[in-house]
Design a protein around this ligand. Structure first.
Ligand SMILES: Nc1ncnc2c1ncn2[C@@H]1O[C@H](COP(=O)(O)OP(=O)(O)O)[C@@H](O)[C@H]1O
Ligand SMILES: [Mg+2]
Length: 288
């Protein structure tokens, strides 16, 4: 029997956080693959003789954590990860995602904020970016989720305060896509193909994350959506992902890509068995 390990973040606690690994485990078992769920703690390290891991008995790893180091060590040892280490890295950092997709898919105009590492430094230069992008504009930390590190900035004083508060964290400044305020699309792609799509509408916010109270409804995956999903998955090397799309004046724009997007919400809204599709893809790719 083939052996799969599903690695999850060691700090997960709530029932809903265990839904995803449990469902993937269930579907892999149905396909005849034994699957264990393990917390990603002391999984791999650098020993005196080189890279070492405790996953020697496994044939494949479903990587649901966001840590960047363990996947690199596992891959160096020949493990196939779903998703691959480079895909996890490119998605985790929103600025790296935009750079990797530049010229391939439409995206909002985006500036990386200058890196600041001197304690006494005062950020400057943002005002010029603010004038170019116009107000309101969006400021985002490069690492974040659930809309928690995404801010709408109304004017130059607010921009100065926000960039000062974020000066030691990687962040970006982005054009606010006003047509899309409070609504967007969440697309799940497996092996580059769209398997589920929903429209999310916020209650009282420009951010439509379900975790912030946004409501989901099924949305038909058009050819435009399918083409974007294929390009994004190929460019970032993704097996599985959730893509957020904004409604721009001239078409859809890629907002961000999640390499480990939660699928409980979209399964409920669309009735799609996402875990099954992911498990089938893994077995196909591995030749199980
Ligand atoms: N440039 C933008 N213009 C309009 N709305 C945006 C923009 N960027 C983000 N949003 C809204 O904020 C939400 C959260 O942003 P996102 O980049 O997806 O961060 P997170 O990783 O926290 O979900 C999006 O789903 C979208 O509704
Ligand atoms: Mg998002």
């Amino acid at each position: 029997m083939k052996q799969a390990v599903i690695l999850i973040n060691p700090y997960l606690k709530t029932e809903s956080e265990f839904y995803q690994p449990r469902r993937i485990r269930e579907e892999l078992m149905r396909l005849g693959v034994n699957a264990d769920i393990l917390p990603n703690r002391r999984t791999a390290h650098i020993g005196p003789g080189g890279a070492e891991s405790v996953l020697g008995k496994y044939d494949v790893c479903v990587y649901l954590d966001k840590d960047r180091y363990v996947p690199r060590i596992l891959e160096a040892q020949g493990m196939r990860l779903f998703n691959r280490a480079s895909a996890v890295e490119l998605c985790d950092d929103k600025m790296l995602t935009h750079i990797a997709l530049a010229g391939k898919v439409p995206m909002p105009e985006t500036y990386p904020a200058p890196l600041c590492y001197k304690q006494d430094a005062q950020p400057d230069g943002e005002e010029e970016i603010g004038e170019k992008l116009g107000y309101p504009l969006v400021v985002k930390e490069c690492f974040g989720s659930f809309g928690e590190q995404v801010f709408l900035v109304g004017g130059k004083e607010e921009l100065a305060a926000r960039t000062r508060a974020l000066r030691f964290k990687p962040h970006l400044l982005q054009k606010f896509i006003a047509e899309s305020a409070g609504r967007d699309l969440r697309v799940i792609a497996v092996g580059g193909e769209v398997i589920a799509c929903m429209k999310r509408t916020a209650k009282n916010d420009f951010r439509s994350n379900i975790e912030r109270g946004g409501a989901g409804e099924p949305y038909e995956a058009t050819e435009e959506i399918r083409a974007i999903a294929r390009t994004v998955s190929a460019a970032l090397g993704l097996d599985y992902c959730g893509i957020d799309l904004l409604f721009g004046k001239e078409g859809l724009l890629v907002c961000e890509v999640n390499s480990n997007a939660f699928f409980g919400g979209i399964e409920r809204v669309t009735g799609t068995n996402v875990a099954r599709a992911f498990a089938l893809h893994i077995c196909r790719e591995m030749g199980f």
